[in-house]
Design a protein around this ligand. Structure first.
Ligand SMILES: Nc1nc2c(ncn2[C@@H]2O[C@H](COP(=O)(O)OP(=O)(O)OP(=O)(O)O)[C@@H](O)[C@H]2O)c(=O)[nH]1
Length: 619
């Protein structure tokens, strides 16, 4: 049975991928006409991970800056408002949809592939000098987002599709099931996220690019077609790569004759791994197992659990050579050194998951090596297997006391060693799963913290004017009064009330009234000093808290506000020029907020009575 696809309905139900937290605020900011780069940089800085990614991009060979860019502000200025917006969009989606419910959808591999495609697209447009690399990086990164969207909206049904996809074409299956395929859905999402149409069209054409990369649209279509091939090359196992490279050679030659393909692919791979590391997307996958055939003990291990990074330590060169080779054949990455000291040096450079060490070696023996490792945070989690010629109770107890997890007696039987390594693989897999869970929890905690900050900000903000609201005003006034008591410095407050505001509502309507309130709030913000705080206190009333301000300075400040409102009229056919009446009160020692506001209110009443558009200071 097929599902009727409805983009708007799914979007409204929050069932499609969408950018989270800070990214959303950034997208909203860029939509605003008065958005500026400083404000954008501040928002980016609120998210350390995002800042790091943006700096990495600004300094990467994809952009190749003349000199290193070290500050987020500089990176934002270099990449530009729209570039930052699009990068943030892409990168935030990667972070947010690392896992999901669709069985059979390989989320890490999906993002690793997307990342490869983004990097390749950016490098290609840079070599071709076709467009801004940041735009192409984002579109490349999201080139297959329709697949993730289907897996997110219908995890169960999409898992079925993926199961059948071995026998049938995936896009056909998708159309049957969902009345839409992932390519079309990718286009819809990219349009919805307002990525530039020229790239979206190029992406759609890239599935069947024009025969010649002639004009700019055709070249862009080629960029995405080629970057898809580079993605396949990156994800392929070593033995499958030459075939893909051969398929890439001709079109790449035609498009960019001066490009050295080996160098280009190696640059892609380096950048891809570097990005993977930065945004914590694995870009190295365990070798896939071959179809079941005749097994030997050396290949048995790699079919069930991922291979380990092993450091083998022994002073017997022949044993190192033989065992090293056999363990590599079993699917592990193996390095070898000949004593404990050399092992420590190697571990410092790049810690293994499993250490297999001989006992008796010079200058440092295996027992000392294990003890040293267990005493340091670096060696705490390495699985240790000791190769020993002795099986006496005393020796074994000493070895376990030194921190080993297991032992194998010499001469080493490969079967026994592989069986013991399997235990290590299980433990390492569990450790990795735990670390992943821990990272996911940390990420979740960060998101919650951000959300809380946002909620707190919302609870303190007036939606119409963007000024702090009454609740904030009272809290802040309490703080300022306490500070004034401590420091002995004066604090003044003023209540401002727009004159004859009701008439504006009555003649021009409530909406025009709202615009006048927004306008007045802006004038207040622009006229006040940076230490003053303007809040919306109620309907057409504002409260200004002026710290370190006595009644004389307070009066001057209030009069300046009065003049500023009268001098900057909103562009509306108002029944009378906009003016404001102000009541000012300066706190005496130990004054409480309620009394202070009451005094300012009384002074305001006096200003109104005396004919409005004026300031009265409380007696
Ligand atoms: N448009 C708009 N009007 C509001 C809002 N909050 C309060 N008001 C209106 O503000 C008007 C306040 O009117 P009044 O308190 O009678 O005073 P006024 O017309 O400003 O006259 P004076 O204060 O005596 O100069 C009322 O008509 C409220 O409905 C708002 O958020 N938007």
């Amino acid at each position: 049975m097929s599902i009727e696809f409805d983009f708007e309905e799914l979007k409204a139900a929050d069932r499609l991928p969408s950018p989270p937290g800070v990214a959303l605020s950034i997208l909203q900011l860029v939509e605003r006409e008065d958005a500026d780069l400083d404000e954008l940089a501040n928002l980016v800085q609120a998210d350390p991970a995002l800042s790091a990614r943006l700096l990495k991009f600004a300094n990467s060979p994809l952009v190749a800056p003349v000199r290193p860019i070290v500050a987020v502000k500089e990176a934002v200025a270099r990449i530009g408002m729209n570039g930052v917006r699009n990068l943030v969009l892409g990168l935030s989606l990667v972070g947010h949809y690392r896992t999901g419910e669709c069985e059979g959808f390989d989320y890490p591999r999906f993002w690793a592939g997307s990342l490869a495609q983004g990097v390749a697209a950016a490098l290609l447009v840079k070599h071709w000098r076709l467009a801004a690399p940041e735009e192409c990086f984002t579109v490349g990164l999201l080139a297959d987002i329709g697949r993730l969207a289907l897996a997110t909206a219908w995890p169960g049904e999409y898992a079925d599709c993926l199961r059948q996809a071995g026998e049938r074409n995936l896009t056909e299956l998708e159309r049957e099931r969902f009345t839409i395929d992932h390519r079309t859905l990718t286009g819809l999402l990219l349009h919805d996220w307002r990525l530039p149409t020229v790239f979206i069209e190029a992406l759609q054409h890239s599935h069947k690019p024009p025969p010649q990369p002639g004009d700019r649209p055709a070249r862009l279509a080629w960029v995405f077609a080629l970057s898809r091939l580079v993605q396949r090359w990156c994800l392929a196992e070593p033995e499958a790569r030459p075939e893909i490279q051969a398929a890439l050679e001709k079109p790449l030659q035609r498009a960019l004759p001066e490009l050295e393909i080996e160098e280009f692919l190696s640059q892609n791979e380096t950048e891809w791994h570097a990005w993977g590391k930065l945004i914590e997307i694995p870009t190295r996958f365990p070798k896939k197992s071959k179809p079941a055939g005749k097994r030997n003990p050396a290949t048995h291990a790699k079919e069930e659990l991922p291979g380990l990074k092993i450091l083998l330590v022994d002073d017997d060169a022949m044993l190192l050579l033989r065992l090293g080779k056999q363990l590599k054949q079993a699917g592990h990455q193996v390095e070898t050194v000949k004593d404990g000291k050399a092992a420590l040096k190697k571990i410092l450079e790049s810690p293994p998951q499993l250490l297999i060490t001989d006992w008796h070696m010079q200058p440092m023996d295996g027992l000392t090596l294990c003890r040293t490792l267990r005493d340091s945070p670096l060696g705490e989690s390495i699985y240790l297997i000791m190769l020993t010629a002795s099986e006496t109770e005393d020796d074994l107890v000493r070895a376990f006391d030194a921190g080993i997890d297991d032992y194998v007696t010499k001469p080493v039987s490969l079967r026994v060693l592989l069986a013991r390594i399997k235990s290590a693989q299980r433990i390492v897999s569990l450790q990795m799963a735990l670390a992943k869970e821990h990272a996911a929890l940390e990420q979740r905690a960060k998101e919650l913290e951000l959300l809380n900050r946002k909620l707190e900000q919302l609870a303190h903000t007036d939606v119409l004017t963007g000024l702090p609201n009454r609740r904030y005003a009272i809290e802040r006034l309490n703080q300022e009064l306490a500070e004034s008591r401590r420091s002995g410095r004066p604090v003044s407050v003023m209540i401002l009330d727009l004159d004859h505001f009701k008439r504006i509502n009555d003649t021009l309507g409530h909406e025009a009234g709202d615009r006048v309130l927004v306008h007045a709030a802006r004038i207040l913000r622009e006229t006040l000093r940076s230490c003053d705080v303007a809040c919306r206190f109620g309907g057409e009333e504002f409260l200004v808290i002026a710290p370190d301000t006595d009644s004389h300075d307070g009066k001057q400040l209030a009069e300046r506000l009065c003049r500023a409102i009268a001098a900057n009229q909103p562009e509306l056919p108002l029944p009378a020029p906009l003016t404001v009446s102000i009541g000012l009160a300066t706190a005496s020692p130990d004054e409480d907020p309620k009394t202070l506001i009451h005094h300012a209110d009384k002074a305001l009443y006096h200003s109104k009575e005396q004919g409005r558009n004026r300031v009265t200071a409380a007696a």
